[in-house]
Design a protein around this ligand. Structure first.
Ligand SMILES: Nc1nc2c(ncn2[C@@H]2O[C@H](COP(=O)(O)OP(=O)(O)OP(=O)(O)O)[C@@H](O)[C@H]2O)c(=O)[nH]1
Ligand SMILES: [Mg+2]
Length: 453
């Protein structure tokens, strides 16, 4: 090889590097290029030819906050899997905003289009998989398609259960297009009714019978893949609660769950409240966590503050679940027995009860301190919103010495999980109120202990 050839080889290599890195800018996050230039360089070039698949979703409007958190986990675990499949390695999950949930009863504050970062630490969630909040999605869409362009989706899939889930007595994973019922249809004329945004339209709207885990969505995306190659593909799944967990409670579930740390402001409000009214702090209670969830390791050494935490679910549970939901008096007697047994004097109550019910509860517990979180004023209520107040309740319950929750309440289950992550012994967490204080062997909530890899 003469010197000229060497010169040209080096030149070609340099040019290919420039081309390479200009592509890389598209695929790697800015921070990746900065912190991990080597990994970015190693990205296979064919990944760059793959479209960015934006997976948007929504959940049936009547579902509460805490079931929605569970649906998120199903999809986050799925997207993390999808990103390892050819053709989807640039997939991103777009988080649906929170809008006027049925349980949010403060009608004097605006609770529409709240982004996830209002409630959760998005940076922490992004350490699990590639998720973006809706405002980030809008910004990205604008960057790709120019300002003022309405969002045009490639397809919307509205899911519905099959009428017969057990064909020949077995449950098989499957999906099937069907003619949309009138109430579900979309004729393409008006903007898509999606969060009342008014700027969404779609090329295709299909109704699907669907049964199976999130992994079946991979098959769905493959089967309905557009014929021509695209730079970006936008897919919206409606009624995503119909999609099941691949494996509930496994390592992936818990990794995604652990990444869902609450927004810093909410953690701070809860910490101030614990310090001021419950003499509780992380150092003292042995509930200090690593700065990142990825550094968490299994342990059960948390002690918690000198108080009992109780989640007393009321409101609609009094009608739908009256056979398992205790009266206020019975809940008070069960709390009292536990306080005496543990030698504690204080109970923190998280509840969606009325003021009257809380007043009664306090009356039944006269010899004890009964504490509840109430925002300092309109300003704080307005800043936290109903969802934030509920999260503060959950955080405070998660730091109690001992916790008792409501039978079959998703709100209670999320507190169990939080305490598993913080590292409490199981018997201090998985406790359930009985319908009556006399019946100690009533049916209890399921115990789903944390697992690590
Ligand atoms: N602040 C506060 N709000 C609560 C409390 N319990 C329930 N809520 C409100 O009521 C909603 C309950 O709905 P979900 O979050 O779905 O939980 P759930 O209804 O207990 O459980 P499922 O019916 O199984 O979904 C919460 O999201 C809160 O908005 C509580 O202790 N404190
Ligand atoms: Mg509910």
């Amino acid at each position: 090889m003469d010197i000229n050839n060497v010169y040209y080889s080096v030149l070609l290599l340099t040019i290919s590097q420039i081309v390479h890195t200009s592509h890389l800018r598209e695929i790697c996050e800015k921070r990746d290029i900065f912190f991990e230039p080597f990994r970015c360089q190693l990205y296979e070039l064919d990944v760059l030819d793959e479209p960015v698949t934006y997976l948007l979703y929504d959940v049936n409007p009547s579902e509460g906050f805490n079931l929605r958190r569970d649906v998120y986990i199903r999809l986050a675990v799925f997207v993390e899997y999808l990103r390892r499949q050819r053709g989807y390695r640039r997939a991103r999950l777009v988080l649906p905003p929170w809008s006027n949930l049925v349980h949010w009863r403060s009608h004097n504050i605006d609770q529409t289009h709240l982004f996830w970062h209002h409630f959760f630490d998005l940076r922490s969630m992004k350490r699990y998989t590639n998720v973006i909040d809706m405002d980030e999605f809008f910004a990205e869409y604008e960057r790709l398609h120019g300002p003022d362009a309405g969002v045009t989706l490639d397809a919307v899939y509205k899911l519905q259960h099959f009428d017969n889930m057990f064909e020949h007595g077995v449950f098989v994973d499957k999906f099937e297009k069907h003619v949309c019922p009138k109430s579900h249809g979309y004729d393409g004329a008006a903007p898509l009714p999606y969060f009342g945004y008014g700027n969404f339209t779609t090329e295709e709207f299909a109704c699907l019978h669907f049964q199976g885990s999130a992994m079946l969505l991979h098959k769905l995306l493959e089967e309905y893949k557009p014929a021509r190659a695209q730079h970006a593909r936008y897919v919206l799944v409606l009624n995503a609660e119909i999609v099941l967990h691949d494996l509930w409670g496994n390592v992936d579930y818990w990794a995604a769950r652990r990444s869902m740390r609450f927004a810093e402001e909410l953690v701070e409000v809860a910490a101030r409240f614990r310090a001021e009214f419950l003499n509780s702090s992380d150092q003292q209670d042995r509930t200090v966590r690593p700065a990142r969830w990825t550094d968490e390791r299994p342990h059960r050494t948390a002690r918690g503050g000198d108080y009992l935490g109780a989640h007393i679910r009321r409101a609609d549970f009094l009608y739908g679940r009256d056979k398992t939901t205790p009266t206020i008096q019975s809940a008070a007697l069960q709390i009292r027995a536990k306080l005496l047994e543990l030698g504690l004097k204080t109970v923190f109550v998280a509840s969606d009860c009325s003021r009257m019910e809380f007043y009664n509860l306090k009356n039944y517990l006269k010899r004890f301190r009964v504490v509840r979180f109430v925002p300092e004023g309109y300003e704080q209520r307005h800043a936290l919103k109903d969802g934030g107040i509920a999260i503060v309740d959950q955080i405070v319950c998660s730091h109690a010495r001992y916790f008792i929750g409501t039978y079959e309440s998703t709100f209670t289950y999320r507190i169990y999980e939080e305490r598993e992550i913080i590292g409490f012994p199981k018997d201090l967490t998985f406790n359930t109120f009985c319908k009556s204080e006399k019946e100690m062997n009533c049916e209890k909530n399921t115990v789903w202990p944390i697992v690590y890899d």
